[in-house]
Write a protein that binds this ligand. Sequence first.
Ligand SMILES: Cc1cc2nc3c(=O)[nH]c(=O)nc-3n(C[C@H](O)[C@H](O)[C@H](O)COP(=O)(O)O)c2cc1C
Length: 364
Amino acid sequence: MTFLHSAFGIMKMRSAKTLVFYPGANKVTACNFLTRSVFECSSEVIGLLASWDKWASAAEIARDHGWSRSELDAVIPQLLDFSALVTAGSQLAEQESQFSGQWNWGIPTALMHFCVQDSEFMTIEQAEARQIERAGHTVQPDLVLRNSAAAIRLPDALDDNELIALMAQRRTNRTAAAPTITAKQLSDCLFAGMGITGETSNCVGALPLGMTPSGGARNPYEAYVVAPAVEGLEPGVYHYSAVGHDLERISANHLPKVSELVGGQEWADPMPCLVLLCARLDRTMWKYEDANAYRVVLIEAGHIGQNMMLAATRHGLSACPTAALSHSAIKRLLGLGRLTDAPIYALTLSIPETDPRPAAGSIN
Ligand SMILES: Cc1cc2nc3c(=O)[nH]c(=O)nc-3n(C[C@H](O)[C@H](O)[C@H](O)COP(=O)(O)O)c2cc1C
């Protein structure tokens, strides 16, 4: 304790800049959204954090704000543990300074974005058990809405329309009937989602135009391919350059099990290929400072994913989309170190078994 006492005496600390507080019954809950640490706070501690907003030692805080050293020494270890306090020069201090330098979309959007990183996902069995339990006491909302008999009947969309017929064939299937897919199949899926097919310009320069719409043509997505078994490709991890329509192997220490990148979903392990869609949020942030642009980026992943799924369907493949991502593992694997690099969506590609078990997944 003497050691701690003297260490805290000189160590410069301050309250975290990424804390959000919300009141509950007789308590205030705090969340550091960068570390996803959630803890309860007394009003005294909130006061302490509010007054400790600049780098200062415990001795200085005790002197300037009327706390006793022993009170401070009792509370500091826990506050450091909760990442309510940050130590000067620490990794967290570095992350915070990246946050204030790079994040333009405000605290509410940051809370949403960072709090869903590396979530824990339920297994299929756990998710089913939860639904069965819930169905026992809470009626499900209607999953479709029907019009009355007076509604205007529209022509059959599937009649004589190859594109719509193809769209109707798309199905999520989490099986792999063959151990590989071909490079051509992968290539077409990548092009369908990400390919660059034109260029426009605005007041500040050229903007790429692609297979899918992009808010402000900011083109925030990059695609990466984890390819354990794509014919003609060395097993490895690749970056797809949409502008060159080419793949470059990126240095990765190892080829992980696919499930390690998608929240532990074991059905993904036999998949020959996983496409990861990672947003470079700064591309969109550069133009749009309002938080709505965050929604724009997420919506774009859906467009890209859908085009990839349709190209996969055309090849007789199934593309299983997943938003259950292991963000940190993906960023480490791909060498994406910036706070504004954001894995958003992923798709496995495989030749599906023809008679699959009913679709099931951690989000289904
Ligand atoms: C945004 C999004 C996220 C999804 N995430 C997962 C997932 O994490 N794991 C999974 O197995 N399936 C996932 N799916 C697939 C759905 O479970 C699937 O689309 C749904 O069961 C309907 O089946 P269908 O795609 O064949 O129409 C996701 C689908 C979407 C659109």
